[in-house]
Design a protein around this ligand. Structure first.
Ligand SMILES: Nc1nc2c(ncn2[C@@H]2O[C@H](COP(=O)(O)OP(=O)(O)O[C@H]3O[C@H](CO)[C@@H](O)[C@H](O)[C@@H]3O)[C@@H](O)[C@H]2O)c(=O)[nH]1
Length: 240
């Protein structure tokens, strides 16, 4: 049994899923993986099932009926993880934007150095993003400045999706009340952990744009984030 679970949400990641799984399992630390797939038409889940024969008891699959957003995929994954005995639960994209070789840095920050949440951050040492178009860098960096301004949360990369949570953090947050489904979900999770007094540490990582497959970013995801942050802040003034 491993104490660490890496949750990978997928929607049409057939070109990435096998190599990313193999790279995670090649790490020195024995991570487990849970893929949360939203009925990808490209058969991502079938590929995972085929790999489960090779990686029995290490590789798990949660299948959902339809594409229902990154946030709800992670919530389903967190609930699954909390039913088991994992102590460190990770978020990681399937597309190699996040380098599995960095998992150990996030793990050490929580397991050894006293963080409750460690964030693989693009904005600790300048802007460490490779191959994103300038428009996407401005959007993401601008969003991070905007979130800091509105919420006063001292996290530089609030939309980051490369994260290690200590189990206690996910137990303390009422997952049934997480409101956002797109990338605003990332902001909401960090904000809730921050409001509960958990220690959030940012670990510098290099984020690389995907080479294979397509981003699922959309206009509705962006507007959810813009208006969602204001509503998060307002709500937090009246609740703990
Ligand atoms: N199950 C499921 N998975 C999804 C869905 N939408 C996206 N994913 C999966 O979530 C991961 C990230 O999705 P992308 O669409 O590739 O994200 P991105 O545009 O590269 O966004 C990156 O930047 C965001 C903003 O900074 C980050 O919030 C995000 O985590 C990611 O690092 C991928 O593994 C993708 O397959 C969904 O509705 N359902």
């Amino acid at each position: 049994m491993s104490d660490t679970l890496v949750i990978i949400p997928t929607y049409n990641e057939i070109e990435n899923i096998e190599p990313i799984i193999r790279l995670v399992f090649s790490q020195e630390k024995a991570f487990h993986i849970l893929v949360v797939d939203d009925n990808s038409p490209d058969q991502t889940a079938e590929k995972v099932k085929a790999l489960q024969t090779e990686f029995a008891d290490q590789l798990f699959l949660l299948e959902r009926d339809k594409k229902n957003g990154l946030g709800l995929a992670y919530i389903a994954g967190f609930k699954w993880a909390l039913e088991k005995s994992y102590r460190f639960i990770f978020e990681m994209d399937a597309d190699f934007s996040h380098n599995p070789n960095d998992l150990i840095k996030l793990y050490n920050a929580c397991a050894i150095d006293g963080a409750d949440v460690s964030v693989g951050s693009r904005y600790v040492k300048g802007i460490t993003v490779v191959n994103w178009p300038m428009s996407r860098i401005i959007l993401s960096y601008g969003a991070s400045r905007y979130v800091r301004f509105i919420t006063r949360m001292k996290v530089k990369d609030s939309t980051a999706g490369f994260i290690c949570y200590k189990r206690e953090v996910l137990e303390a947050i009422d997952l049934s009340k997480i409101k956002f489904v797109g990338y605003a979900f990332q902001i909401e999770m960090k904000f809730k952990a921050y409001k509960k007094g958990f220690k959030i540490v940012e670990i510098p990582v290099i984020f690389k744009d995907r080479i294979r497959g397509k981003s699922k970013m959309s206009g509705s995801i962006i507007s959810e984030a813009i208006f969602g942050v204001i509503s998060l802040k307002l709500k937090s003034l009246f609740t703990k």
